[in-house]
Design a protein around this ligand. Structure first.
Ligand code: 8YV
Length: 328
């Protein structure tokens, strides 16, 4: 029996590609070429499975080019690069990588929150530019983290991790808004109080976005929402570009409508709205919230495990849809 054919769409850990090669006929991308949708379609034509990262779009057009395709394993917990309905209709299994990145991503959410509140990068740029020649009472005075109000929009696993860090580590008053309310046990564990989105916007000192990107969450934070925030508040986005209206945010930062922002994700990334590059009161990082070596390795291995389990008949380990089995 010939082994299933797998495409690994981006360069990932060689040891994971090697692991996949023990089970499958693998085409990989060690030069890490960013294929156009047409180039990707050309490569999936004869494939049974694909390992994607968040930057390859899996839509009806790609599926139409891949008659043999049965599974796409995303090396990401977010899967807004998948058209899930089109995949289900085409009988294609989708999987993601939950859990393995929760704590690492929550760590980074906190790192970005602290860097934003305490103006870490802005002050470093000042120092590196040789501008530091005396002390002054208000030099890079920022906002306090301990004892302040932490607002979390989107209270999944990562949101809960951030809540725990804030409540237990920094004595923060934690409030959250989510599509559904947590169980009383989880609320108690996270020391988090459920509030309306309006109250969240109005009262948070640090507002952290950790919700999935869907048509409903597109521009969930735009000019109208920013207008409701405290003028001293900080906004942190580690979720997805497109949840924040970046142009409106850049204008609000310029006008000091809010104190500062910390952004790890951007609309249309890796492009960054030019107005965001012009304002000093924003910390910008290139989508690295899950980027520690052990976590990225765990994500790659979980994506590989999904492919292996699917083709050996155990079924996908972390499915995002339930397609009817594809006819051979
Ligand atoms: C990934 C992420 O690095 O898991 C996610 O949803 O956003 C990141 O951890 C990125 O999507 C690349 O796959």
């Amino acid at each position: 029996m010939t082994p299933p054919r797998i495409l690994v769409a981006r360069n990932i850990f060689p040891e994971v590609v090697e692991r996949l090669s023990q089970h499958f006929d693998v085409e990989s991308n060690p030069e890490d070429i960013i294929w156009t949708p047409a180039e990707l379609a050309e490569r999936v034509k004869d494939k049974d499975g694909v390992l994607t990262t968040g930057s390859q779009r899996v839509d009806a057009a790609l599926l139409a080019a891949a008659p043999r395709l049965r599974i796409v394993a995303n090396m990401a917990v977010g899967y807004n690069n998948f058209d899930v309905d089109a995949m289900t209709a085409a009988g294609v299994q989708g999987t993601n990588t939950p859990d393995v990145l929760t704590e690492t991503t929550a760590d980074f959410g906190f790192a970005l929150l602290m860097a934003t509140a305490r103006r870490v990068t802005e002050s470093e740029h000042y120092l590196r530019a040789g501008k530091w020649n005396r002390w002054s009472y208000d030099m890079f005075a920022g906002s306090d983290v301990h004892g302040s109000t932490l607002g979390i929009l989107g209270m999944g696993r990562i949101g809960q991790g951030i809540a725990r860090r804030g409540a237990h580590g920094f004595g923060m008053n934690v409030i959250y808004h989510n599509r559904s309310r947590l169980s009383p046990e989880l609320e108690a564990e996270c020391k988090a109080r459920y509030v309306s989105k309006e109250e969240l916007l109005r009262t948070a000192d640090h507002l952290v976005l950790v919700l999935p990107y869907t048509p409903e969450s597109h521009h969930a934070i735009g000019a109208a929402e920013i207008a409701q925030m405290k003028s001293t508040a900080n906004l942190i986005n580690i979720a997805r570009g497109g949840i924040v209206d970046d142009a409106a945010l850049a204008q609000a930062l310029k006008d000091k409508r809010i104190a500062a922002a910390g952004l790890d994700v951007f609309e249309g990334e890796p492009k960054v709205h030019p107005a965001l590059l012009e304002v000093p009161n924003v910390v910008l990082t290139p989508h690295i919230a899950s980027a520690t070596v052990p976590t990225r390795l765990a994500m790659a291995n979980l994506a590989a495990d999904n492919l292996i389990a699917f083709f050996d008949g155990r079924g996908a380990l972390t499915p995002v849809n339930r397609p009817a089995p594809k006819r051979a």
